[in-house]
Structure formats: C-alpha cells, structure tokens
Design a protein around this ligand. Structure first.
Ligand code: ZN
Ligand code: ZN
Length: 360
C-alpha cells in the first residue's frame, strides 16, 4: 500500500447539499465496451462468440484466459471500480470538502457458458446454480476484512449500459454502506421498533389481500409492482419468510427464488416480445448482522421500457430536479404483467405493437 491518490484511486465524496455520497472510480474509463454492438438475429443466436471476453476459453483484458466452465463462473472484475488494496485516505477540508478512500472488491458472475441465453431463457435448474453462486459469494465476501455491504446486481441490455450481452451479473463489496441501502436499513429498523414485525412482511400481507398489484408468487417468494413504483414496470421481489441475506435461504427457498426469477423475466420479455432491459439487484443486510434489526431480504427490478421495445422512460428534467414522475399507474402495470403468458414467446413472433398499451 502506498500513498492514496485522489486523482486515480477509488474514493467517495460527500455532497453537503443532499448529505449523500458519490463513488468516484476514474480508473474504470479504460474498460472494454461490447454493449453497443447491434446484433443480427443470426449473431444473437450464437451460443459461443469468439470475440466475447466472458465466453469459456476466451482471453479477457490483461490476457487472462477464462476456463472452459460448464455452469457458472466468477472472477474479479478486470476493470474494478473498487480494489481491496486501496490505501487509506481521508480529506476533511472544512465542512464542505469531505472525501474518503473506498476499498472493496468487484466480482463478475457469468450465469452460464451459453452466450445466447438470458435468465428468462435458462432452466430453473440452471438459475438455481446462479442462486447458489450468489449465496457462496455473499458468504465469502462477508468474511473479508473491510467489507460492510455487498451489492449483487444485473444490468440487462445495452439500454441499461450493459457492456456485454453474455448473461452475467456483478457483485460490488464495499467498505461503507451505500446511501440507498443505508436508507432502507434505517426505515426498516425504525418500522420494526414500532411494530415488532418487518415492514416488507406487513406490506406483502397487504398486497396479497388486495390483489391489485401482485404479479406472481410461489411458496417462497412474491413479486409486486410496489404502490410507490417509479419506473413504468418496476417490481419488488420479496421473500415470504423474513430473512436478511441469501445464505439464510434453505434449499427449497433457493429453488423458489430460481423459479420466480425465471418467471418475472419471462413475463417482462413477453410484455413487448423483446429481451427486456433492466437493472435488478438484491438488498441484503450489511455484513455486521447485528446492525439491521427488521431487515427483510428483497430485490428491485428497475426496467426503463414504457410502451414498446424501443420507447423508454427517461428520468430527466423534473425527475432529476424535483421528484420522480410516472406515466402509467402501478395497478395497470401489474395487470399487464399478470396477464402476459408465463411461457416465453417464440422468436418467430413479431414484436408487440404499441397499440394496446395505453399512451400518456
Ligand atoms: Zn459470451
Ligand atoms: Zn431495497
């Protein structure tokens, strides 16, 4: 460990106007970009792409070669936004200029060796392997020094800034608890202190009773369009049993999670008969297990599409400056997601016209 460099090493800066932090990792600009490549339908069907740095046996940036993996494959991101060997640094220039070094780890999880699949096109058994891998990674990273929170997420589709169509997700382990998670830890803790039950447990019970915003459910999990959804087809995936992190899932719950992940992504794809772009990720307790009473494991899906495979919602002007705004009601979004088939559409079917989707 040498001297911390503010110009080139990962750190977070404090915004005194909002009291929020921003992660600065300028060393990432060299990362390869394979996301904008427009695929022809013949190319999209390739199960192996010799140019893809995630396919089995191919070389990655820096010359490392992927093994000939047959299930999931996990490795340290070659262009990590966070690094475990980041030296400690702190800047306190009065009240207004505050920053701290941020150590951590960035992992990449390939969901399958098949270049042409997505979670919506994988079997429940294959998705279960991904769930098992996430569980192991969470446990392994929790045991690392200086890891206080772990964010598992997937960016799906070039529209969401995904740098490679090969099915994969990421795991960022942080030295700090990011603002988004910290807020949800605090609200759940506060609710738990008042009610002695978890906020999401009570919320799910309410939604199951009302049946207005439910999308799908199995014995172990349920998916709803939350009452307060921001993105047009935003959903919240909640465990039926209150647990706080992935490793607490029992075997049948892991299967249940695999099944519901497959179902919600199929429903998304069927909505506009397209490979539906989204950002999804799990919210889990910070690694200090005593720090989050009432915390309830869940996942958020934030998809940008509004009424066709190409028309998307932007969060711009008023949304950036004032508050989020949405175009269709959460109740209508839930109804549409409920009513599409739970079997994946066939490639031969044409993309859905926007005519039957209400305009704003
Ligand atoms: Zn690939
Ligand atoms: Zn959350």
């Amino acid at each position: 460990m040498g001297q911390f460099e503010w110009g080139g090493q990962p750190h977070r800066r404090f915004n005194p106007l909002t009291k929020e932090w921003v992660l600065v990792s300028s060393q990432r600009t060299q990362r390869p970009w394979q996301g904008q490549v427009e695929l022809t339908s013949a190319e999209a069907a390739l199960s192996f792409d010799p140019q893809c740095y995630l396919c089995p046996g191919n070389a990655r940036a820096g010359g490392r070669k992927n093994p000939h993996y047959t299930s999931t494959f996990t490795f340290d991101n070659d262009f990590a936004a966070l690094r475990p060997d980041t030296p400690t640094g702190e800047l306190r220039d009065g009240e207004l200029l505050q920053a701290e070094s941020e150590a951590g780890q960035c992992r990449v999880v390939c969901f399958t060796p098949r270049h042409d699949l997505t979670l919506a096109r994988m079997s429940v058994r294959e998705i279960k392997s991904v769930v098992d891998t996430w569980c192991e990674e969470f446990s392994q990273l929790t045991s690392q020094p200086n890891v206080r929170s772990i964010q598992i997420f997937e960016n799906r589709g070039a529209m969401m800034g995904c740098s490679n169509p090969h099915p994969h997700g990421q795991i960022w382990a942080n030295e700090s608890v990011p603002d988004e998670l910290a807020r949800e830890v605090a609200t759940q803790q506060e609710y738990f202190a008042r009610h002695n039950s978890s906020l999401l447990e009570d919320y799910l019970r309410l939604e199951m009773k009302k049946q207005e915003r439910m999308v799908c459910a199995n014995e172990e999990f349920a998916v709803v369009v939350p009452f307060w959804a921001v993105w047009p087809y935003e959903t919240l995936l909640i465990s039926r049993r209150r647990i706080a992190s992935l490793p607490e899932l029992q075997e049948d719950e892991r299967n249940g999670l695999a099944q519901i992940l497959q179902e919600i992504t199929i429903r998304y794809d069927n909505l506009f008969k397209t490979s539906f772009p989204y950002t999804m990720g799990f919210h889990q307790r910070p690694t200090d297990s005593t720090a989050a009473p009432g915390f309830h494991f869940h996942a958020h899906y934030y998809p940008p599409l509004l009424r066709s495979a190409t028309v998307r919602k932007f969060m711009v002007g008023y949304e950036l400056l004032a508050m989020p705004q949405r175009d269709i009601t959460p109740e209508l979004a839930a109804k549409q997601l409920r009513e599409v088939p739970d079997r994946h559409y066939m490639e031969s079917e044409q993309p859905l016209a926007s005519s039957n989707i209400p305009k704003d």
